[in-house]
Write a protein that binds this ligand. Structure first.
Ligand code: SAH
Ligand code: SF4
Length: 452
């Protein structure tokens, strides 16, 4: 640990300082920020009203794609500069995956960062922040190895309705393009009794929906038992008894996604029929190079199983275009799966070589304009599929949980994660469930009118 003391040393009060956490990246990262915010409050800091007011500004970063990482770095440097000009006493903290992976770049980047840390020393970061705040010192602190056991307790949830609840940490899959195993370490599963306690507390506090999180939730408890995730789902169903609450889970790895999971969700009152199954690529050659552990045929079988068992289910995915060696015919196979799977939601990316990963050693041989063209064609195909499905929603009745009010317009999501906007003004509040009759409308939006 490197500590540089600033001139004019005085100890400052924790109780007078406020903080703000800005998160880049995935839901796991958002949840990690909620954990950090909880710990900072435990130490006596206050959550600021907004970013402008904060004395301590934390960036929890993401390193999955280079472009996003570079953008984040520029935002951080610019923000730090402006913040210090306005309030020279404020402190800037940079932590998370980018810190863990690209510390050298960050170290060279900016004098205005007061605390620079990673992910593997997560539990320590609040104490580093406290020290930096109280003693006006600069701190650089890293841990090379990830913790080997599950470590988090306590979250300061940013919504009163929907909560994230991580059930696994880290990832053992080492897909050849991905930095996540390096930034988050070996997979650790949260013990069932802790999940029970946390889930029951959330239900007691009135949360309406909980999303179980993990890089691959299907491998939850794999060190104990092959089907531990299925057991957990059945336990959850039992724990929540007759409570009205929705439970979702993200992300399902197609290799480990088993038939029994579909059956459990189909028969459940609380588990929601939205499945996020990242395809990544549609050709068996590329899937093998990516080390995904399934074939296009395996993938389509699982999608068909979901579609047949739960017709109202929605399926989401992630797709990468332009992986090394991806020919036009490989890409056509991706489009073919996309058409067959009829995805309801998709996050699409251009391949980004990441140092330290196995694919980094492969030649990044698809030219950027070609990658961009494939992304464009893929997004067009997905959009057409989405539009093609909209008319079939006309007149359907669906229960939705109202979770947003924007400019007086209420919206909510169904159990299958479909967002529905309410057109007419009504006396319904955020946090209520209502039944609506669906009408697809302009701009690909789905509208609902309250069922009489
Ligand atoms: N655990 C999840 C995904 C985590 S990362 C899973 O297994 O699917 C989120 C998404 O980012 C991935 O699904 C992938 O589509 C994308 N991604 C990860 N590494 C990438 C890279 N090097 N270039 C482009 N996209 C990438
Ligand atoms: Fe990355 Fe693969 Fe792990 Fe997902 S399963 S986080 S893509 S290594």
């Amino acid at each position: 640990m490197e500590i540089k003391r600033k001139p004019g040393f005085t100890v400052r009060e924790v109780a007078l300082a406020t903080f703000w956490v800005e998160t880049f990246g995935c839901q796991m990262n958002k949840s990690r920020s909620e954990h950090l915010a909880y710990q900072l409050q435990e130490l006596g800091f206050y959550l600021a009203e907004g970013p402008e007011e904060a004395d301590i500004f934390v960036f929890n970063t993401c390193a999955v794609r280079e472009h996003a990482a570079e953008r984040a770095m520029n935002i951080i440097v610019k923000f730090a500069q402006e913040k210090k000009e306005k309030n020279p006493d404020s402190i800037i903290v940079v932590c998370g995956c980018l810190g863990q992976l690209e510390r050298e770049k960050l170290l060279g980047k900016d004098e205005k960062i007061d605390v620079l840390a990673g992910t593997h020393n997560w539990g320590k970061i609040p104490f580093l922040i406290k020290k930096a705040w109280q003693e006006k010192v600069k701190i650089v602190d890293f841990q090379e190895e990830a913790p080997s056991l599950y470590e988090e307790r306590g979250y300061c949830h940013s919504s009163k309705i929907s909560a994230y609840l991580p059930i696994t940490f880290g990832c053992d899959n080492f897909c050849s393009y991905c930095v996540v195993p390096y930034t988050t370490g070996k997979e650790r599963s949260k013990p069932g009794e802790i999940i029970k306690e946390e889930l029951m507390n959330l239900a007691e506090e009135g949360f309406r929906e909980v999303t179980l999180l993990g890089q691959n939730v299907n491998s939850y408890g794999r060190d104990r038992k092959e089907e531990a995730f299925e057991e957990l789902l059945l336990d959850i169903e039992e724990w929540l008894g007759n409570k009205k609450i929705w439970v979702r889970f993200l992300t399902s790895h197609p290799r480990d996604f088993r038939e029994k999971i579909v059956r459990i969700v189909k028969d459940s009152r609380v588990l929601c029929p939205y499945f996020h199954l990242p395809l990544q690529a549609g050709s068996n050659k590329i899937l093998q190079l990516m080390k995904r552990g399934y074939t296009r045929e395996d993938y389509l079988n699982k999608v068909n199983l979901i579609r047949q068992s739960i017709p109202s289910a929605r399926i989401g995915t992630d797709i990468i275009v332009g992986f090394p060696g991806e020919t036009d015919s490989d890409f056509q196979e991706t489009l073919d799966i996309v058409r067959k799977a009829q995805f309801d939601v998709a996050y699409t990316y251009v391949y980004s070589p990441r140092p330290g990963t196995a694919a980094y050693l492969l030649e990044d041989d698809v030219p950027l304009p070609e990658k961009k063209e494939r992304l464009h064609v893929l997004n067009d195909t997905l959009r057409n599929i989405y539009r093609g499905k909209l008319p079939s929603l006309q007149g359907k009745v669906m229960e939705i949980l109202i979770d947003r009010k924007e400019g007086g317009l209420l919206s909510g999501r169904g159990a299958n994660n479909l967002r529905v906007y309410l057109r007419e003004p009504c006396s319904i509040e955020v946090g209520e469930w209502i039944e609506v009759v669906l009408t697809p409308g302009e701009g690909n939006k789905v509208y609902g009118s309250v069922k009489k």
